[in-house]
Write a protein that binds this ligand. Structure first.
Ligand SMILES: Cc1ncc(COP(=O)(O)O)c(C=O)c1O
Length: 390
């Protein structure tokens, strides 16, 4: 049977580099997994291993104080912490109409408790205009939330310009980098982000159950409430308040094995040459787009201009429901793609791809040019034989 061609890295990266899988196993075998119980060597080693990953992430994203790198259970968890921790009744938020549900849903809940939201529309290419974002600011705008790249179209938003305009009136900026961290080299400062939410299991090549929230210097921890409280890795004497970082946000036994494997993934990315990998992904996306553009009946929803997108390419194929096309691609051609609303139903609605969503193709570090050509041929073949008129 032919090997699997996996083009669903925007959902989760697969396969993971060998060292990530090995680290998961050896760490579980050798360490206690529960950081720092006084006098317990295994626990101390676990704690030190976690702190090394924190330092590595801080260096990767240009954060001078590693204590401002917080481990979370996922990108969703990081976004919930930022959104629910910062916002309260009377606050206003500016965001876009194409955000992931991990942004949209916490905001919808907060709207029931007196937070108001303005969702700025996007152009046909999925890009938002920074001027429109600025116009939506109000005196009580506490937070601007922007996805660095859309998980539906891969459209890279002009985050720097959006952040600069928000900072003029002192508004904090939360950047959701789930689809760009590990894809494009950047630091917190490069983006102008005050809070950066990351998913560990996507392009950073870590295991599921890992995420990160990075706090920039403008974020005062006393204004960011934790989502959970409890025991922390370091024994803190104060029962009522945990102001110290990162403990304030990391109560409970952490996912030590996942965090350490995420660290191994990060090291792998750096050693392999992150910028080279990044350029390769871009070339694969360009090849894919160039191929799909030539197929009659295929409508691309991703920006055609290469600098405006990451390697997350959505399309619609005439006569096919995305989920049906994906199913045939897998069964007949052994090609795995994403299909449906991608956890971003509002984005799909905004882009005119509701309720069925899109077919999403996202190559990864393992994808070859031959894989891309095979996918283009398969889509071309299926586009000639629609399953049914939609
Ligand atoms: C843009 C975006 N934000 C947030 C998330 C949530 O990340 P996680 O799967 O780590 O919770 C995803 C995952 O699909 C995403 O694509």
């Amino acid at each position: 049977m032919a090997v699997l061609t996996y083009l669903d890295n925007a959902t989760t990266s697969w396969p993971k580099p060998e060292v990530v899988i090995r680290t998961l196993g050896t760490f579980l075998e050798r360490a206690s997994g529960v950081p720092l119980r006084p006098g317990n060597r295994l626990a101390t080693e676990t704690w030190e291993a976690i702190e090394r990953v924190r330092e590595r992430l801080a260096a990767f994203f240009g954060v001078p104080d590693p204590r401002r790198v917080l481990f979370t259970a996922s990108g969703t968890d990081a976004l919930n912490l930022a959104i629910k921790g910062l916002l309260g009744p009377g606050d206003h938020v500016v965001t876009t109409a194409i955000e992931h549900d991990a942004v949209r849903r916490p905001l919808r809940t907060l709207e029931l408790f007196g937070v108001t939201t303005t969702r700025v529309g996007v152009g046909p290419d999925g890009l938002v205009d920074p001027v429109d974002m600025q116009r939506a600011l109000r005196p009580n705008t506490r937070l601007v939330i922007i996805g660095h790249a859309s998980n539906v179209t891969g459209a890279l938003q002009p985050v720097v310009e959006i952040a600069n305009r928000a900072h003029v009136q002192g508004t904090l900026v939360l950047v959701n980098a789930a689809q760009t961290a590990g894809v494009i080299p950047f630091t917190l400062d490069d983006l102008g982000a005050d809070l950066l939410a990351l998913s560990g299991h996507k392009w950073l090549l870590g295991p599921p159950g890992t995420g990160v929230l990075v706090l920039g210097p403008r974020v005062d921890p006393s204004e960011l409430a934790p989502l959970r409280e409890g025991a922390t890795a370091r024994d803190l004497p104060d029962i009522t308040q945990l102001w110290s970082l990162p403990e304030r946000y990391e109560a409970g036994t952490p996912n030590a094995v996942g965090i350490v494997a995420l660290g191994a993934a990060l090291e792998w990315l750096v050693q392999e040459g992150f910028t080279t990998l990044s350029a390769r992904l871009r070339r694969l996306a360009d090849r894919l787009v160039a191929g799909l553009e030539t197929i009659p009946g295929v409508r691309l929803l991703s920006p055609s201009d290469p600098p405006r997108r990451v390697a997350v390419i959505s399309c619609l194929v005439s006569g096919w429901r995305p989920v049906d096309l994906a199913s045939v691609l897998e069964k007949t051609y052994r090609i795995v793609v994403g299909a449906g609303l991608h956890g971003a139903s509002e984005a799909c609605r905004t882009l005119g791809a509701y309720p069925h969503g899109t077919v999403r193709l996202s190559p990864g570090w393992c994808t070859t040019e031959e894989d891309i050509d095979r996918v283009i041929l398969a889509v071309a073949e299926l586009a000639r034989t629609p399953s049914r008129a939609d």
